[in-house]
Design a protein around this ligand. Structure first.
Ligand code: DAH
Length: 347
């Protein structure tokens, strides 16, 4: 190649080869500039050289050939561009594709708290006996919490050591018993209700929390007797703790009932042999109950000549601990999944 311009056909063939070998759009654009660049492209430059051909016919002939070759190269570039773009979008799709057959990570499901589960189970059992659920305020009048359930001013249960007073007249209810009065006033007689709810006392150890839950129960009708009370609560205890549970009744005292009783369950830890949990008595207190004191009935607006009733109160945490074999009440509130998961799943 000594100064003579390279043969236009060879340049075009080179260009086409290079275009076919290009693997991305920038190098394709470089080839376009190199061969077809306005004026100085290796191929387009041949158009400029035409002026040197003197004979018109020959010039026109040559021009046609060069134009055709340029057209071919343009076609090749366009075709290659399309191909590269198609390949690139296929690559992108492949990179973004999801494998829908990959198994998902196992979801860890939350559990309801043992206290919620116990309360629900209790409601279910009492619903079978026709009890409906009622509720009352957690910030309660002293009058409802104490006076109207036979704990007048000066009664030891009013001790401010044990009670969270809000002001002179109000407190955080120390039990769910004030709802007995509210329910009597609202619903009259006859009625059968239970009251699951929070109660508050200044207590904190392995078997006491400052906030805990109780279920209060109240049954009022004509002719209600101690036998109804015992039948109802034994039905409950066998349903909740199992038909093979062992139960025992003991006389007791509460200001709002007369007579008063306590229902005990054979110790869940030792089966009645005697151990630290049952303080070597073999028995665990489950609930307090009794025949509603006539004064309390009258305080609720009930005709105590015509109607009698029984009432009971039970700690939900306590019952849950007995049912699930939990020794420390504080575990129920510690949100420790290592404890909560097996307790609930094992229930
Ligand atoms: N209110 C009592 C307490 O908090 C529990 C209780 C005992 C409720 C006997 C009653 C009942 O309705 O009859 O310890």
């Amino acid at each position: 190649m000594t100064g003579a311009p390279p043969d236009v056909h060879r340049v075009a063939a080179q260009a086409i080869d290079a275009v076919r070998g290009a693997t991305d759009l920038p190098s394709l654009e470089q080839l376009r500039a190199r061969y077809l660049g306005r004026g100085d492209g290796e191929l387009s430059a041949h158009l400029r050289g035409l002026g040197a051909i003197g004979e018109r016919e020959a010039r026109a002939q040559k021009a046609k050939v060069v134009q055709e070759l340029i057209g071919r190269v343009v076609e090749e570039i366009d075709a290659r561009r399309e191909q590269i773009e198609r390949e690139q979008s296929a690559d992108r799709e492949a990179a973004e594709a999801m494998d829908l057959t990959v198994p998902p990570p196992r979801l860890r499901r939350g559990n309801l708290s043992p206290v919620t589960l116990a309360a629900r189970e209790m409601q279910r059992i009492f619903a079978q006996l026709g009890y409906t659920v009622v509720s009352g305020p957690e910030v309660e009048y002293d009058r409802y919490n104490f006076t109207l359930v036979n704990q007048p001013p000066g009664h030891p249960a009013r001790d401010s050591q044990d009670t969270f007073y809000v002001d002179d007249a109000r407190l955080l209810r120390t039990h769910t018993s004030p709802v007995q009065i509210r329910s009597m006033i609202l619903h009259g007689a006859p009625q059968r209700v239970i009251v699951p709810g929070k109660a508050f006392r200044r207590d904190y150890d392995a078997s006491h929390m400052p906030m805990f839950h109780q279920v209060e129960g109240l049954c009022i009708d004509e002719g209600i007797a101690v036998s109804d009370l015992k039948g109802t609560l034994e039905y409950f205890a066998y349903s909740y703790f199992g038909a093979d549970s062992r139960l025992q009744w003991r006389p007791h005292h509460f200001p709002f009932t007369e007579p008063s009783l306590e229902l005990e369950l054979a110790c869940v830890a030792c089966g009645g042999e005697g151990c630290p949990l049952c303080k070597h008595s073999g028995w665990l207190e489950l609930l307090g109950c009794g025949m509603v004191h006539p004064t309390v009935l009258r305080n609720g607006g009930i005709d105590a000549e015509r109607y009698t009733g029984f009432a009971f109160g039970m700690g939900i945490e306590r019952a849950a601990m007995l049912a699930y074999g939990v020794q420390d009440m504080r575990l129920l509130y510690r949100n420790d999944a290592r404890f909560l998961r097996p307790v609930v799943v094992g229930a």
